[in-house]
Design a protein around this ligand. Structure first.
Ligand SMILES: Cc1ncc(COP(=O)(O)O)c(C=O)c1O
Length: 424
């Protein structure tokens, strides 16, 4: 097969104590966009929870696919068709290895939003009925709320909400108490995109399973930042989105237990998802192809495969350790600022910091920080119910990735001190 192998970061040598030492400056240089200036200042990109930046290996994988291998998948016997199919299916295998699951239990799709809608339409809609309940948590992204509201409207099921503690962690006692007999499905996020809270997925899934509740985990903010072993988590469904984990936009996957995939009817109909079509009736393909109607984002998933190679070569434990250091540094510095409030201080936390500054609107802060070259997000972060519970319309959010530096943390704090002075 002639698909070119794309450059990976040089695997770092083992360091004393078993952890590998990584040259983070060299890693950063793999990301061309991070060398940019904005408004005449060096870019400090602190919006990776929104979308991640891409290493050259990913950009080149997409470029290389279109330059040398472009064809549709599974439809042509010619050489390019075989190469494109191998590249696409190769990406599925890489991602499956990354998540420690079987490749044919992984549906490739446009991201978490699609993946959760697929579960909503193909698993929940045919099963739920009046008297059933869907349990969600207060910290969900709209992508893990609105699909369930659509299901509830059409089936007569109701939605229950598990609340949080003040520090932004899930109140597990309340969550377990809410797992009553009428609850058929629990949807919750692995990591909050606003608070950074890391939820104890395995413990939650164990409790849900004991009660016969099916679990749908939103892994959007987990897959980019930690090593994942989905079977060990014990969930029924797990959704990821590629663009937050160094991959192209419009890529992602739904992993599901085999028995669910086999029992689920198609969500979308069209080419690729069938075995035989007659006007009298259609025989559907097996999973995962049953759920991949139409021409997929082939080049994008080839890029996602390259992203998985890249992250795997770095080592997700190294990524998590690096981001924990950046989080600790930024949190310590932010706590020194008078009038600044951090929203979300759970003990298990990813490198996401939402904050408010007395007397300053989040959008004004973000706009002035942008003029200093610092990109943070401001707004409701697609989590209106969470904002309501904290009694605020918006926060500023700085979110870090392994390619950020301690110097950028300092630059962010200096810019924040400056713009806070302007708004006072
Ligand atoms: C926790 C969470 N869930 C779901 C999504 C939606 O992901 P996508 O728009 O890639 O489908 C996001 C993206 O911001 C997210 O942070």
């Amino acid at each position: 097969m002639s698909i070119r192998q794309h450059p990976r970061p040089t695997p770092p040598p083992p360091a004393a104590g078993g952890m590998r030492a990584v040259d983070w400056d060299a890693v950063r240089a793999d990301f061309p966009l991070l060398a940019r200036h904005v408004h005449g200042k060096p870019l400090v990109y602190l919006d990776s929870a929104n979308t991640g930046q891409k290493p050259a290996a990913v950009i080149e994988a997409v470029d290389g696919f279109y330059r040398r291998h472009n064809a549709n998948v599974s439809r042509a016997v010619h050489a390019l068709g075989a190469e494109a199919t191998d590249a696409y299916e190769g990406a599925r295998r890489k991602l499956a290895g990354f998540l420690n699951v079987r490749h044919d239990d992984l549906v490739l799709c446009s991201g978490t939003t699609f993946a959760i809608n697929l579960v909503a339409y193909a698993w929940a809609l045919p099963r739920l009925q009046p008297g059933d309940a869907i349990l969600l948590t207060r910290m969900e992204h709209h992508a893990n709320i609105v699909p369930w509201q659509l299901v509830a409207q059409r089936t007569g099921a109701t939605i229950k909400v598990a609340e949080l503690r003040e520090d932004g962690s899930l109140d597990l006692d309340a969550l377990f108490a809410a797992m009553t007999a009428e609850v058929k499905l629990l949807g919750f996020t692995h990591v909050s995109n606003v608070l950074g809270t890391i939820n104890p997925v395995a413990a939650i899934c164990r409790e849900a399973r004991r009660r016969g509740i099916v679990t749908v985990v939103d892994g959007s903010q987990a897959a980019p930042h930690m090593a994942l072993d989905l079977p060990a988590l014990g969930c029924d469904f797990y959704a990821i989105t590629g663009h937050k984990m160094c991959g192209p936009t419009g890529t992602g996957a739904l992993w599901a237990r085999r028995e669910h995939l086999q029992a689920m009817p198609p969500f979308l109909g069209g080419g690729e998802m069938i075995r035989e079509v007659r006007f009298e009736g259609t025989v559907y393909n097996d999973p995962p192809h049953r759920f991949e109607a139409g021409t997929p984002n082939i080049a994008g998933h080839v890029g996602l495969g390259a992203a998985v190679d890249y992250l795997s070569a770095l080592g997700m434990h190294n990524v998590a350790a690096r981001e924990a250091e950046l989080l600790a540094h930024a949190t310590e510095e932010l706590r020194k600022l008078d009038g600044l409030r951090i929203i979300g201080e759970a003990s298990e936390k990813a490198a996401v910091i939402s904050f408010l500054v007395d007397g300053a609107h989040a959008h004004d802060l973000a706009t002035l920080l942008d003029l200093e070259g610092v990109a943070v997000r401001s707004g409701h972060h697609c989590a209106h119910p969470l904002m309501q519970s904290f009694g605020v319309p918006a926060t500023c959010r700085a979110s870090f990735a392994f390619y950020n530096t301690h110097a950028e943390v300092e630059a962010f704090i200096a810019a924040l001190r400056k713009v806070r002075g302007l708004l006072a």
